[in-house]
Ligand binder design. Structure first.
Ligand SMILES: Cc1ncc(COP(=O)(O)O)c(C=O)c1O
Length: 404
């Protein structure tokens, strides 16, 4: 007798990236010299998780009764106010938001799928994407479609985005678009001002055909080469024409991956619509996880709201960003000279090397003690977890493994 419903009987049991990471760690523990470029968290050059002291201290200082109590269903109001300010500053749009707390950016993505797409419909994202986008869609009985991410010049393929968005609207009468920039996972690509402008232009013209909801996945916003403001100002041009939402996350911003604190912020100038969105999102919170980590929201709110504390944490993060930026610079210097094919990479946790046979190439790398994540047409390299001194070995091995 089968108790699982048919769609659940052949779910894969483990996440491929976590499985690769476990294999790399097991070999390192057995004494081998391993370069583990699979981990999606920032490690210092000794391989230890990088933590921000100001955040750890603030978490410890959360009063016991605050941490032990339930947070409000839609989220801690002060936390949400400060997240909105973090994203939108003092722009008028900040007064036009519906917002809820979520367990990380992942929770925000999950709510967007549940509320802006019908079951059976597909969300649209770039052809390279963070694998859990599809998991989240499948889990919610939705699916995922893609547009070609890069054109022949290696720039964002806005023409294909327009084609795909048009198709979504024609085929299902609405569209939900996930865009991950800056520091796109897995490619490391950050859309530049002209790419944002072109994207916004496409959405603006397609928005007449049906409701388009945009999710700006800004999980890596603090690690980009340029300020988030470039993208925010452009996207706000769509206010009132499309539903603009942000998936905000404390995971990378405050190097608190396990805290599970994030938010979904939607911008809509129409007050009645805003109320409906707020109600729908709050209802979803109650119906999915009830409420989000109370101590986490309280601590992050204190950091965002206290100028001195915030300056301290920003300073600590700047040190980590500089560490990552040095790895990126070393990578660009060596991988560029070696002729590896990878997208423009000016900061962030990952880069992706294009190659024709990624799965055999990844196995060859593993034999040489290097772990990267193979995926269709590419190898994802997590520089966030590779010491600067290991970048030359990593580049040389990838060159060897992809030219066999
Ligand atoms: C592209 C992208 N979006 C969102 C997230 C969300 O992470 P979290 O749920 O920890 O905030 C991640 C984490 O790896 C990510 O890579």
């Amino acid at each position: 007798m089968e108790f699982l419903i048919p769609s659940r009987t052949s779910r894969p049991g483990d996440d491929p990236i976590f499985a690769l990471n476990a294999a790399a760690r097991a070999r390192a523990a057995a004494g081998e010299s391993i370069v583990n470029a699979t981990v999606g968290a920032l490690l210092d050059d000794d391989g230890k998780l990088a933590v921000l002291g100001g955040v750890t201290q603030t978490l410890r200082e959360v009063p016991a009764e605050v941490g032990a109590g339930y947070a409000p269903l839609a989220g801690n109001a002060e936390f949400l106010r400060l997240v909105v300010a973090d994203l939108l500053g003092t722009r008028p749009a900040a007064a036009m938001t519906a917002a809820v707390s979520t367990p990380g950016g992942t929770g925000a993505l999950r709510l967007a799928i549940a509320n802006f797409l019908e079951p059976g419909q597909s969300l649209l994202t770039s052809s390279f994407y963070w694998g859990p986008y599809k998991t989240l869609a499948d889990e919610s009985d939705r699916s995922l479609s893609t547009f070609r991410m890069f054109d022949a010049k290696g720039r964002l393929d806005v023409t294909d985005f327009a084609r795909a968005l048009h198709g979504q609207l024609e085929g299902q009468g609405r569209a939900l678009v996930f865009l991950n920039s800056p520091c796109h996972n897995p490619t490391g690509y950050s859309f530049d001002a002209s790419e944002w402008s072109d994207l916004v232009g496409v959405v603006e013209s397609e928005a007449k055909r049906g409701p388009i909801s945009l999710v700006l996945d800004v999980a890596y916003a603090r690690y980009g080469a340029s300020d988030l403001a470039t993208c925010v100002d452009q996207v706000l041009r769509l206010s009132g024409k499309a539903m603009i939402t942000f998936a905000w996350s404390a995971s990378k911003t405050f190097t608190q991956y396990g805290l599970r604190v994030g938010a979904l912020v939607a911008v809509t100038p129409d007050e009645a619509e805003r109320r409906r969105v707020q109600n729908a999102l709050s209802f979803s919170c109650r119906g999915t996880w009830s409420n989000v980590n109370s101590a986490g929201q309280s601590a992050i709110a204190r950091i965002l709201g206290d100028a001195d504390l915030r300056a301290r944490v920003d300073g600590e993060r700047a040190v980590l960003k500089a560490l990552l930026d040095r790895r990126v610079a070393r990578w660009n210097e060596l991988a560029g000279a070696a002729g590896l094919r990878y997208p423009r990479y000016d900061g962030g946790f990952f880069t992706t090397v294009f190659c024709d046979d990624p799965f055999p190439a990844a196995l060859r790398l593993q034999e040489a003690g290097l772990f990267v994540v193979p995926q269709a047409g590419a190898l994802r390299v997590a520089l966030c977890s590779v010491a600067e001194r290991d970048v030359p070995r990593l580049v040389a091995a990838i060159v060897g493994a992809t030219r066999v």
